[in-house]
Write a protein that binds this ligand. Structure first.
Ligand code: GDD
Length: 312
């Protein structure tokens, strides 16, 4: 049985990824921070990627055949507020992992998870992997740097590295730092109180390529199985939708009377206007096919917050 370590398994994506890997016959280890609860299936290890000794010990104990590196400061918004934290986790974390592997003489196949934010503003309708990167915020810059570091280890030390550039992904369990969870939670709060109220929103004109998190983790598994070493892969849907449309869809699934209030505090210093993936390379190399549509996913997120509110 192939042994796989998911680094940063206790976030939003990790539990979906661990389940997908278990369902597909892997021996799964997931890492979490010591103070976090285990919320994923598989064997659990405590790991702080900023602690070099900790990284060394965990990798020498597990000796994985594969690693999928999810641990990240993943919020663009938070990266404006805390660039230091963002660079520490997203940049130093990957250096610590490669240095430990190098010293241990271990060569697992590694999937590095980057972001569509790395592209910045692109003058092309569809973004493919050959587009220049032009990071417009600290999160994006940290992900470009993470990827470049991984590729230096690939080229100079022969590590088997694949780099994903993931577009927006959503589903039950995501933090309300992100737009769909933020809107859905507010809608459910209105439903549970007076059945009418204000929803506070930021920039509705931005357009993003949204996928169901279950499709994204399936693409990660396919990439670790079939991706070509040293290559970059867009992971997304190939469809683009305005945040205003997402909002209208969510409101239309509710019986509450909702008044939209644009809150300037929710705007960012710079917001990439439109992001849409060309995923031909992913499809060609891995036979990836998305299984979930946006309406089903949005309804799932609303249902998650309604159930949570019922439990409280
Ligand atoms: N969070 C939030 N809250 N975003 C809002 C709101 C709001 O009330 N109103 C409008 N937006 C807009 C943001 O300005 C942005 O243009 C868009 O909704 C999506 O914001 P987020 O959900 O916070 O995601 P993101 O695009 O900044 O980043 C996500 O996607 C990246 C891939 O494209 C994250 O998941 C990143 O980790 C990921 O790499």
């Amino acid at each position: 049985m192939k042994r796989i370590l998911v680094i940063g398994a206790s976030g939003f994506v990790g539990p979906y990824l661990c389940q997908n890997l278990i369902d597909n016959g892997y021996d799964v280890f997931g890492s979490k921070l010591i103070n976090q609860k285990q919320n994923f299936e598989g064997q659990c290890v405590n790991l702080n990627i900023l602690d070099e000794d900790d990284v060394f010990k965990v990798l020498s104990d597990i000796k994985p055949d594969y690693i999928i590196h999810l641990a990240a400061q993943s919020s663009v918004k938070l990266s404006w507020e805390n660039p230091t934290l963002t660079f520490n986790i997203n940049v130093m974390g990957i250096v610590n992992i490669f240095e430990a592997l190098r010293k241990l003489n271990l060569k697992p196949r590694i999937l590095i998870v980057g972001s569509s934010e790395e592209y910045g503003k692109v003058d092309k309708n569809l973004i493919d992997e050959n587009c220049e990167t032009d990071p417009l915020n600290f999160y994006a810059l940290s992900k470009v740097t993470q990827e470049k570091i991984a590729l230096i280890y690939h080229k100079n030390y022969g590590f088997d590295v694949i780099c994903a550039r993931s577009f927006n992904h959503i589903g039950p369990g995501q933090s309300t730092q992100f737009v769909v969870a933020d809107f859905a939670k507010q809608i459910v709060e209105i439903e549970k109180t007076s059945q009418q109220g204000n929803i506070y929103v930021g920039n509705l004109s931005a357009k993003r390529d949204f996928s169901d998190v279950r499709d994204i983790v399936n693409a990660y598994r396919l990439l670790i199985e079939k991706g070509r070493s040293g290559e970059l892969y867009n992971v997304g849907s190939g469809n683009c939708i305005a945040i205003s449309e997402i909002l209208n869809k969510l409101i239309s699934y509710s019986n509450a009377k909702i008044n939209i209030v644009v809150d300037k505090n929710k705007f960012r210093p710079v917001d990439t206007p439109e992001i849409k993936a060309n995923i031909n390379k992913l499809k060609k190399d891995t036979d990836f096919k998305a299984k979930h549509n946006i309406d089903e996913t949005l309804m799932g997120v609303l249902k998650y917050f309604r159930n949570k509110a019922d439990e409280e």
